[in-house]
Design a binder for this molecule. Structure first.
Ligand code: SF4
Ligand code: SF4
Length: 424
C-alpha cells in the first residue's frame, strides 16, 4: 500500500529543533525566514498532518521554496529526511489541490510520451530563434519576450539534432573490457549533446562498449518532485523495461539527479509494485555515475595530453550528497597533465538551479547563484567543471549576468579534451 501523508509523522517527530539546518540552507541564507529553513518546513508539515493547518497558498509556496539540495539532511543530527518530507507534502498538494494546467500538460502529455516530447523538441529547435536571442558572451540565448521565464534567464539552445539521433544504438569497441548502457537524460539528449559525445568518446577510448537504449525516457524527477507520483511511476517502469532488456555490466549516467533517481528513487517509488519492485532494485544496483565508472577502470589516466588550464569543480547536490560521488571527478581533473586545479571555498553548496526552481523563483535562484559565481571568481579558474547539465546551465547564466568569462563544461568534456590533446 502506498505511504499516506499522515504516516510521515514518524519522520517529523524526529526533529529536535536544534537549528543546525539554519547554517547550511541556501534558501534560509537569503530569506532569513524560519518558514523557509528545514526546521520551519518540518513544523509546517507537522501542522498539516495534525490538522492544525490547511493546504493554503502560503503553505504551498513554502513547500515550493525548497531546492531539495539535501544540505540540511546530511547536517541534521537526527537525520531528518527533509527533502522526502517536502516531496510528500508536494504529493499531498498535487492530490488534494490538483496540478496546474501547465504542469498537467508538461508532465502527463509531454514528458511521459517520448514521441510527443521528441516531436516538441524537434519543432522547438527549428523555431527557437523566433523567441530567443543570442546571449552577450555567446554561451547561450536569452528570451525575447517573457514566456513565463525571466528575460534575463540565460538558456542553452536546443541542439539541431538530438544526441540519440546522432548515434547508433550500439557503439562497438574491439575487445571491449566492459559493456554499458548510457542513460542520456533530457538535457544531454536535447541540449548538451557535446556532453553526450564526450561520454561516448571517453568510454570508447578506455575500451568500453556503449549501448544507447532507444526507448529510454526522461528519468521522471521533475514529475515526482512536483508530486505527480502516478506519472512518475509510469515513467520509471518504462525506463526499467528499456534498460533491463540490455545485456550490460552497468548503466552509466552523466547527471547526478538522473543517477539518484534511477539508483534509489525508482526503488522507493515502486516498492509496493508486485512486478517492478525487484526490477527497480536491480536497475539501481547497476547505476554508475560517469566519473565513478571512469576511475574504476585501470589506465584511464595513461592516454592524456597536457591541458594548460586553471580548473575548478562544482559538486552537484544530488551527485555529492545523493550518490556520494565527490573524489572521483577531482581524481580525473587532477590526473590531467598541465591542469592547475583550484578548489572553491564551498564547492558543494547548491548553485540555485534545482531544475524548475530557477524558473519559478528566478530572483532567489540568482541570489544563491551569485555566491557560487563569487566563489568561482576567487579561484581565478578559466574553466568550471561539473557533473550535471542543470548546474552547467545555471552557473553559465550566473557568470553571464556578471560578465565573467569562465567556460563551463562536464567532467567528460575536460577528459575528452585531454585525450584529444594526446592524439594531436
Ligand atoms: S537540523 Fe534536523 S533536527 Fe535540527 S532543527 Fe534542523 S531538521 Fe530539526
Ligand atoms: S533541502 Fe536544501 S533548500 Fe530544502 S530545506 Fe534543506 S537545505 Fe534548505
Amino acid at each position: 500500500m502506498e505511504r499516506s501523508f499522515d504516516s510521515w509523522e514518524q519522520e517529523v517527530i524526529r526533529c529536535i529543533r536544534c537549528g543546525a539546518c539554519q547554517n547550511v540552507c541556501p534558501v534560509f541564507k537569503e530569506l532569513q525566514a524560519e518558514s523557509t529553513v528545514a526546521r520551519g518546513r518540518v513544523k509546517l508539515i507537522r501542522g498539516v498532518i495534525d490538522k492544525d493547518l490547511e493546504l493554503t497558498e502560503g503553505f504551498i509556496n513554502k513547500m515550493s521554496l525548497c531546492l531539495m539540495c539535501k544540505a540540511c539532511v546530511v547536517n541534521c543530527p537526527s537525520g531528518v529526511k527533509v527533502d522526502k518530507l517536502v516531496e510528500a507534502a508536494r504529493k499531498e498538494i498535487a492530490e488534494k489541490k490538483g496540478l496546474s494546467p501547465l504542469k498537467n500538460l508538461i508532465f502527463r502529455l509531454v514528458l511521459k510520451n517520448r514521441w510527443v516530447f521528441n516531436t516538441g523538441m524537434k519543432a522547438g529547435s527549428v523555431l527557437q530563434g523566433l523567441v530567443f536571442r543570442k546571449g552577450p558572451l555567446g554561451q547561450g540565448m536569452l528570451p525575447r519576450m517573457s514566456l513565463g521565464i525571466d528575460k534575463r534567464r540565460l538558456l542553452s539552445p536546443l541542439a539541431a539534432k538530438s544526441f540519440k539521433a546522432m548515434y547508433p544504438v550500439v557503439i562497438k569497441v574491439p575487445a571491449a573490457k566492459l559493456r554499458v548502457a548510457f542513460f542520456t537524460g533530457c538535457m544531454i539528449n536535447y541540449i548538451y549533446t557535446d556532453t553526450g559525445r564526450a561520454v561516448i568518446n571517453v568510454l570508447k577510448r578506455i575500451g568500453v562498449e556503449v549501448v544507447i537504449p532507444a526507448l529510454q525516457n526522461c528519468c521522471g524527477t521533475p514529475v515526482r518532485i512536483n508530486g505527480d507520483y502516478e506519472t512518475a511511476k509510469a515513467m520509471a517502469r518504462a525506463n526499467i523495461d528499456a534498460f533491463l532488456k540490455e545485456e550490460v555490466d552497468a548503466v552509466v549516467v552523466a547527471c547526478g539527479t538522473c543517477g539518484l533517481s534511477l539508483k534509489e528513487e525508482y526503488a522507493e517509488l515502486l516498492e509496493d509494485d508486485p512486478v517492478y519492485a525487484e526490477k527497480a532494485k536491480h536497475l539501481g544496483s547497476m547505476i554508475k555515475d560517469f566519473a565513478e565508472l571512469v576511475v574504476s577502470l585501470d589506465g584511464f589516466e595513461d592516454k592524456m595530453g597536457p591541458l594548460p588550464l586553471k580548473v575548478t569543480y562544482h559538486d552537484p547536490c544530488h551527485l555529492v550528497r545523493g550518490l556520494r560521488v565527490k573524489e572521483q571527478p577531482r581524481q580525473i581533473i587532477r590526473s590531467i597533465p598541465g591542469v592547475d586545479f583550484k578548489e572553491m571555498s564551498k564547492p558543494d553548496t547548491c548553485c540555485g538551479s534545482a531544475g524548475s526552481f530557477s524558473l519559478y523563483h528566478y530572483e532567489l535562484s540568482t541570489k544563491i547563484n551569485d555566491h557560487k559565481v563569487e566563489d568561482v571568481n576567487q579561484t581565478g579558474a578559466e574553466v568550471l567543471v561539473t557533473g550535471c547539465s542543470a548546474c552547467r546551465m545555471h552557473i553559465a547564466d550566473g557568470l553571464n549576468r556578471q560578465g565573467v568569462s569562465v567556460k563551463v563544461m562536464h567532467t567528460a568534456q575536460l577528459l575528452e579534451m585531454a585525450y584529444e590533446a594526446k592524439a594531436h
